[in-house]
Design a protein around this ligand. Sequence first.
Ligand SMILES: Nc1ncnc2c1ncn2[C@@H]1O[C@H](COP(=O)(O)OP(=O)(O)OP(=O)(O)O)[C@@H](O)[C@H]1O
Ligand SMILES: [Mg+2]
Length: 274
Amino acid sequence: MSAAGPSQGAKAPSGGSAAGAAAKRGGAVLQTHDLVRTFGGFVATDHVNLVVEPGARHALIGPNGAGKTTLINLLTGYLEPSAGRVELLGQDVTTMAQHERCRQGLVRTFQINQLFADMTVLESVAMAVSEQKGLGTRWWKPLAGHGEVVDQAAAILERLKLLPDAYERTRNLAYGRQRLIEIALALAMRPKVLLLDEPAAGVPTSESQELFETIAELPREVTIVLIEHDMNLVFRFAERISVLVSGAILVEGDPDMIAQHPRVKEVYLGESHG
Ligand SMILES: Nc1ncnc2c1ncn2[C@@H]1O[C@H](COP(=O)(O)OP(=O)(O)OP(=O)(O)O)[C@@H](O)[C@H]1O
Ligand SMILES: [Mg+2]
């Protein structure tokens, strides 16, 4: 497994792009160093060296149980690593609390809770913007006095093409559009890096393509790392792919390289054959 070289990401050819140049200067936005997580005797994350470049559209793929969600949990601080380090924007955040990482720009989506379900789309996102600004929920009362909160929320809705649903209760939206609200709530946190664990899970195929197109159109200031099982969506979205198998990075590269890689084919064929 280590034959493929877990640290390939650090020296990936990147065609002279700004992001590639930044990575060569050591400017990865998110990076792990020999990250390990065990559960009892079971190794869920096996010496992972992940390098995420600024502006990346980076996908984590791999069979069920490969350790993708565990890796995201280690990145956000939901789980503590057994060994190794996590760096965000060049800063060691290995022991930093989740909310503090979030404040530093590392944001994952969370599911719309009951409160948001009963609110309109605009209210939900305005509430998140207000929280981010440290205004709590005070904006409710003198709504006119906090026009900037509503303006920012509306700008996020526009970016995600949710403006037509602004006054709809979130619970009434189609599932694919509800997932977009979750992304809108994450954008309200002003992320530098957005982590999406199966953003299209449970979304009908008819809606998942549009969902992914909208994600792909987010500004490059927001680096995106996502987990997705649907290879059609992955190959359209991602510019870099890391394949996790049994907790370790089996191989990394651009979509063409991954599509042709014999070990990757083996893993996926092996999976479908049982
Ligand atoms: N809290 C835990 N305690 C014990 N084992 C765990 C725990 N969390 C994850 N695991 C194990 O770690 C392995 C990796 O799980 P993980 O959820 O990261 O996989 P995944 O790649 O996200 O899979 P899927 O594609 O099904 O979402 C699995 O074998 C899982 O059972
Ligand atoms: Mg998972």
